[in-house]
Every structure is written in structure tokens, then in C-alpha cells.
Design a protein around this ligand. Structure first.
Ligand code: PMP
Length: 276
């Protein structure tokens, strides 16, 4: 991993010497929000949508609204300082210094923007389902907070089974999302994805696939994965990625025709518009 120069609280720093308090609330209790943004040749993809989601997540967590101009400037400054063909820009915005406990600190939030080099993901992947439900009615549902422990555990489970993503159902047994991705399925040739009410994150790639390709939002029982003709994931780091195995079920021929079409349309539209 190369991360060279990053933005921390108002200015650029060398990554090796940048310092955040060990009592930062983001570190001690996960009181923070974040965004991961794809950067192609130094240009952030869908930055405006990411900044809007960052603001929504911060608002939902009760953090002061991030200064959009500062965050935008920080992203541009970090990308300029770290030239790379394909990068993953990471904005982390936390509750800042706080004595131990769950009360919020008084010294204001911490903002870090860093970029690491990224590799294109393969076109197909394997996933497992996990038995722990996503809570579609929690205080943090739908917010991109740094409380990702549940995702870390589920992804580790996936790796143990030779897969590289895990899919969650929710508390009523409906299909929800992955640890870092949204999910689409093809049934009788029609494309479907779970609605936001399922508890999934309002993925930016998901929204773009809905706009550019078209799909129906529908409550889908988890066992849809046993009969779907095609399944694919969407995320910033994947775009659209076909699934070739769900648990023990192989989906030979992935990407199937609907998935391949979605992948193609997404790639073409994303290449034509850097901030859709
Ligand atoms: N769900 C979760 C839990 C995620 O962490 C992500 C990655 N941000 C997504 C879905 C996909 O969202 P996006 O397309 O905005 O990357």
C-alpha cells in the first residue's frame, strides 16, 4: 500500500508523520463516517454524490456538517500530491478528541483524506451468505459509519470459504446487501435489487445502475439466491461484478446476458461522465 501525502485537519501532511489522538472518538467508539471514492487518472468519480452521502451520514450520526468546500479541496489536493492511474480515495470524518465514554468530544471533528493505489477487480467473484441479519431498523441503518465490525467479521467468514464477499439478509429474512456492496439478481430475465428499506446502504453504484440500466426495487426472500439466473454486485471498487458462485451453488456462464449488459452500460456511461 502506498499512501504518501494525506489531508488532516486543514492541511497536507506526510502520511508517516500525520498524527491523530489515540482518544479520537472515531478510534475509541467508532463515532465516524466515511466515503470511498474511485479516482481515475487523478479525477474522483461521482464526487458530488459521495460528498452528499458523507453529509447525510454525518447528519444521521449527529456530527457537525462537514465543510463541503474543504472536503472537496482536500480530495483535489490529495489526488494532485499522489499521482496514480487508479486510486481509492478515502474520506474519514469522526467525532474527534473525546475522553473515554460515549459522550461526544468538544474539540470538533477530525477530517482525514487519503488515497491508496487500487487494482481493477476481476469480472467475476464468489460470495457466501452469512447467518447474522442486518438490522433494517437500527439507529445507524443506511449510514456509512466507521462501525464496520459486522462487515469485517462477515468478510473474514467469506475469505475462510474461498469467497471474497459475504451477503446479508435482514431481520425478516429478505436479501439486503454485501459487506461493501449492493446486490442485483435476475429472475425470469428481469433485473431486481433490494429496496433501501431492506437496510442496505444507498450505494452510489446501485443508484447509477438503477438510473442507467434500470431495475425493479423489490423485497426478495433470501432463497432467491438459490434460483436467480444471474447475480451481481455493485460498489465503487467493483463497478458491476458478476457472481459465479453463491455458497455451494455455481452460476456457470457468469456474467450472464443481463449482467454483461449492465456492466457494459455502466462502464460506458461512467467513462463519459466523471461526476454523474
Ligand atoms: N453497502 C455497503 C455496506 C458498503 O460499504 C458499500 C461501499 N460503500 C456499498 C454497499 C456500495 O456503495 P457504493 O456503490 O457507493 O460504493
Amino acid at each position: 500500500m502506498t499512501t504518501l501525502t494525506l489531508w488532516l485537519d486543514g492541511t497536507l501532511h506526510e502520511a508517516d508523520t500525520a498524527r491523530v489522538s489515540v482518544f479520537d472518538h472515531g478510534l475509541t467508539v467508532g463515532d465516524g463516517v466515511f466515503e470511498t471514492i474511485k479516482a481515475v487518472d487523478g479525477r474522483p468519480f461521482a464526487l458530488t454524490r459521495h460528498l452528499r452521502r458523507l453529509a447525510r451520514s454525518a447528519h444521521g450520526l449527529g456530527l457537525p456538517e462537514p465543510d463541503e468546500d474543504e472536503v472537496r479541496h482536500a480530495c483535489e489536493a490529495v489526488l494532485k500530491a499522489n499521482p496514480m492511474a487508479l486510486g481509492r480515495l478515502r474520506i474519514t470524518y469522526t467525532g474527534g478528541f473525546s475522553p473515554l465514554g460515549s459522550d461526544r468530544g468538544t474539540e470538533g471533528p477530525t477530517l482525514v483524506v487519503a488515497v491508496v493505489e487500487a487494482r481493477r477487480r476481476p469480472d467475476t467473484t464468489a460470495v457466501v451468505t452469512v447467518p447474522w441479519p442486518r438490522n433494517e431498523r437500527g439507529a445507524l441503518t443506511g449510514l456509512k459509519t466507521t462501525s464496520y465490525g459486522e462487515n469485517v467479521v462477515a468478510l473474514a467468514r467469506a475469505r475462510e470459504h474461498g469467497a471474497d464477499e459475504a451477503l446479508f439478509g435482514n431481520t425478516v429474512g429478505a436479501l439486503c446487501e454485501g459487506t461493501g456492496s449492493n446486490v442485483f439478481v435476475v429472475l425470469d430475465g428481469e433485473l431486481y435489487t433490494p429496496p433501501l428499506a431492506s437496510g442496505c446502504l444507498a450505494g452510489i453504484t446501485r443508484a447509477l445502475v438503477l438510473e442507467w440500466v434500470g431495475a425493479k426495487e423489490a423485497d426478495l426472500p433470501l432463497d432467491v439466491l438459490e434460483r436467480a439466473e444471474e447475480v451481481f454486485l455493485t460498489s465503487t471498487t467493483r463497478d458491476a461484478q458478476a457472481i459465479r458462485r453463491v455458497d455451494d451453488r455455481a452460476l456457470p456462464g457468469a456474467p450472464g446476458p443481463v449482467t454483461a449488459k449492465a456492466m457494459r452500460i455502466f462502464t460506458e456511461r461512467a467513462a463519459a461522465d466523471i461526476d454523474p
